[in-house]
Structures are given as structure tokens and as C-alpha cells.
Design a protein around this ligand. Structure first.
Ligand code: CA2
Length: 151
């Protein structure tokens, strides 16, 4: 069964605990359960990882790239959190790993502060889902399956 890797970046472990007006009330565990259920519905396995550390996310993208080349991984759903707006390392990891990545943001970053308008991930991404709340993760998984699932 092909696998989709769902990566969440810094502070997303706090989902549901603060700022519900911006990010809603779902917790990270709820998001990961949604991703698992979406994968089960679409016939893919889902592996979830959250980290507050940039290098851990780089390592996970490199591992996903090796999985793509081995024919085991379909792609990555990535909410890089604030690293989206700062991290050339994540941009380079995505292009280097040659892994299809869907960038996800729970909030509509373009309706927020100017520093959230630029993404280092976007130019390397296969697609982007922004502003649909946590449903964006399910939309991103479905997008990966439809675009790269070969059915
Ligand atoms: O909208 C998104 O998904 C973001 O990636 C979330 C990031 C933010 O830096 C991006 O600009 C947009 C922040 C995630 C922090 O999440 C928190 C959740 C609850 C309480 C505090 C932080």
C-alpha cells in the first residue's frame, strides 16, 4: 500500500490549546486521526510526524524522497508552520529529495501579517492548500492520491 507522510512543524503540537479563532479547536491528535481516516478511505497508509526542529523536518523529507525512489511513498503533506516563511533548508530538502509535497496552512496566511505572505516551500511544492482549516490536510491527501496515485 503506498504511503503518504504528513509532517507538521513548529508549535503545531499546540493546536486546539490556544488561538482557536485562528486555528480552530481541533488538536494535533484530531488532525492526525483525520489524516489516518482519509488515507484509509483512499487506500493509502499515512505516517504522521510533528517536530519543532527544522533539521528533523529536513531529515523526514530526505527519508520520504528515498521512499519515493523505492516506490513506497507517494508524497508528503507539509505544514511547516513558521519555517514556511524562513527556511531555505526546507526548500532545498524538497527540491533535493524530489518528493511531491503539498503545502498546507490551516489559516489563510495571505489574510494575515505580511511576514506570512512569503513561502520558501511554495516554489518547490506540487500543490498548495490554504485557509480551509484542518480539512486542508484531507484535501491535500486526496490531491496527492489523485495527482500521483496512478488511478
Ligand atoms: O496556518 C497555518 O497552518 C500556519 O502554518 C500555522 C503556523 C504559522 O506560523 C503559519 O504562518 C501559518 C503557526 C502554528 C502555531 O500553531 C499554534 C496553535 C495554537 C497555539 C499557538 C500556536
Amino acid at each position: 500500500m503506498p504511503k503518504i507522510v504528513v509532517l507538521n512543524g513548529p508549535n503545531l503540537n499546540l493546536l486546539g490549546e490556544r488561538e482557536p479563532a485562528v486555528y480552530g479547536r481541533a488538536t494535533l491528535a484530531d488532525v492526525e486521526a483525520l489524516c489516518q481516516a482519509t488515507g484509509a478511505r483512499l487506500g493509502v497508509s499515512v505516517e504522521c510526524l510533528q517536530s519543532n526542529h527544522e533539521g528533523v523536518l529536513v531529515d523526514a523529507l530526505q527519508a520520504a524522497g528515498r521512499g519515493v525512489r523505492a516506490g513506497e511513498v507517494l508524497g508528503v503533506v507539509l505544514n511547516a508552520g513558521a519555517y514556511t516563511h524562513t527556511s531555505v533548508a526546507l526548500h532545498d530538502a524538497i527540491t533535493g529529495a524530489q518528493v511531491p509535497v503539498v503545502e498546507v496552512h490551516i489559516s489563510n496566511v495571505h489574510a494575515r501579517e505580511a511576514f506570512r505572505h512569503h513561502s520558501h516551500v511554495a516554489p518547490a511544492a506540487a500543490g498548495i492548500v490554504i485557509g480551509f482549516g484542518v480539512d486542508g490536510y484531507a484535501l491535500a491527501i486526496e490531491g496527492l492520491v489523485r495527482k500521483f496515485g496512478g488511478r
